[in-house]
Design a protein around this ligand. Structure first.
Ligand code: ADP
Ligand code: ASP
Ligand code: MG
Length: 437
């Protein structure tokens, strides 16, 4: 079994959906095809949800109507036959009736909002499934809400997912399966999701859960680039990455992959290939190689970071100080990304500010607390880079004008991280690109 995942732009227009249909029917290998919502839809649903949560029903309704009109036009181009166009129109009407019921709820809440967000993937997969049937391509639509689940901590239940999914696959004679990315059920049995960009995660979770041969992530770029192509010119594709390298890049901001998507692939040794729907022939990136060459492979940046410094003379020669500090973050389920220490202070970074105020209040019992928001982690990723001579010199020489707030070096062999003010991110990425590659 091979898992194919197509992102929003890859299914963003009727022509692109036609192209995806061709691509997945080139051979007869068993496939599960994971689709995102049509590009732009989830953003619009997020906007509608926010309006409803702040009780701006009227403006929300206008956006819903506009979205429905877009889909009417989409359906007209997607289907070829009159019958196809009619059944496509019915799919849209049915889904928008459900959306209408949801958006009319007077005390629309967070739970309703999660249900609302699920419609992007529900619509794209139903439209695509029916398009394949129209062109006489047998396929089975697998409802993700029947097998994709998360536990109380929001962690996917890989073994359970595998059992349920294998059961569903066995019930069908077909070798082609279509399912929704992003959406899942939570322990209360309610609709939830795997966070923005979560369709990549769906694909790798399915790959791990049913021990697939390969997971292919098809998107609008020819694989993982060595720097952020949205910010830096002349970036190039990295042809191979180890799981460790790919996991670091995804976690530290390479938007091509959801931050957690490599975790299940690595745990279950499922190779992942990144491919472009725009340039199908391009080799892309293979993730999961074991014999990577020594050296820097790529750079990524993660925004929205907050640095917290706790300064205390009590830290001097004390043991147990760091544990007490870390326990505060554990209490508020807030992950720490970077840590640096001196004899009298410790600096940490977090990207989840939900409990920032409570955390600061508790940390104040240990010493003076300073907080810097709007920081970015610049993550330099490669193989054995901390062993390579001169690597730090090369990095610092490349960005002489950029003030660096924190440095993390030696924590692993494949990552060097710098913390800079986000205003300096662009300069840092461009400078590093010139200095390193
Ligand atoms: P999809 O909708 O298919 O999931 P995304 O927009 O989530 O696609 O991810 C693809 C985008 O990721 C690319 O268009 C590119 O701009 C961006 N990106 C950021 N960093 C990288 C990188 N290091 N390599 C490749 N693409 C990157
Ligand atoms: N549609 C969801 C989003 O836009 C999930 C995804 O595209 O991966 O975040
Ligand atoms: Mg994405």
């Amino acid at each position: 079994m091979i898992i194919f995942k197509f992102g929003g732009t890859s299914v963003g227009t009727p022509e692109r959906m036609h192209k995806v249909a061709k691509l997945i029917t080139r051979d007869n290998t068993e496939k599960i095809v994971v689709l995102s919502a049509v590009s732009g839809t989830t953003n619009t649903l997020v906007e509608i949800g926010e309006l409803l949560l702040s009780r701006k029903q009227h403006i929300a309704q206008k956006l819903v109507d506009e979205l429905k009109e877009k889909y009417r036009a989409f359906v007209n181009e997607l289907y070829v036959t009159l019958e196809g166009k009619e059944s496509g129109g019915k799919i849209i009407n049915d889904f928008f009736t459900q959306i209408g019921t949801l958006t009319a709820i007077p005390d629309f809440n967070e739970g309703n909002n999660k249900t609302l967000l699920s419609y992007g993937e529900l619509i794209s997969t139903h439209l695509f499934h029916h398009y394949l049937l129209e062109t006489a391509i047998e396929n089975t639509l697998l409802p993700a809400l029947d097998f994709m689940s998360i536990d109380e901590d929001g962690e996917p239940e890989v073994e359970k997912i595998g059992e349920k999914l294998s059961g569903l696959i066995k019930q069908s004679e077909n070798t082609l399966f279509i399912t929704q990315g992003f959406i899942c059920k939570n322990p209360e049995g309610k609709t939830d999701n795997l966070k923005r960009g979560g369709s990549d995660y769906t694909a790798s979770l399915i790959g791990a859960a049913i021990r697939a041969e390969e997971v292919q992530i098809w998107t609008d770029i020819d694989g993982m680039h060595n720097n952020d192509p949205r910010i830096v010119d002349n970036t190039s594709t990295v042809s191979e990455l180890t799981f460790d390298e790919a996991a670091e890049l995804a976690y530290f901001g390479a938007k091509i992959l959801h931050p957690s998507s490599i975790v299940p692939a690595q745990k279950y040794s499922t190779r992942v290939r990144l491919k472009s729907t725009i340039d199908e022939q391009a080799p892309g990136t293979l993730i999961g190689v074991t014999d990577a060459a020594v050296g820097i492979r790529a750079i990524a940046a993660k925004d929205g970071i907050t640095a917290i410094k706790v300064k205390s003379t009590r830290m001097l020669l004390a043991y147990g100080f760091l544990r007490k500090i870390f326990e505060v973050f554990e209490k508020y389920k807030t992950p720490i990304d970077m840590v640096t220490t001196s004899e009298v202070a410790v600096s940490l970074t977090i990207d989840d500010e939900l409990h920032l105020n409570e955390i600061i209040e508790e940390l104040k019992t240990f010493g003076m607390v300073e907080v810097d928001q709007n920081q970015s982690i610049i993550c330099i990723v490669g193989n054995m880079i901390s062993e390579k001579k001169g690597v730090l010199k090369k990095i610092f020489d490349a960005i002489p004008q950029v003030p660096i707030r924190m440095v993390s070096y030696g924590g692993s062999r494949n990552n060097i991280s710098l913390l800079v003010d986000t205003n300096y991110k662009k300069e840092a990425l461009i400078g590093l690109n010139q200095g390193i590659f």
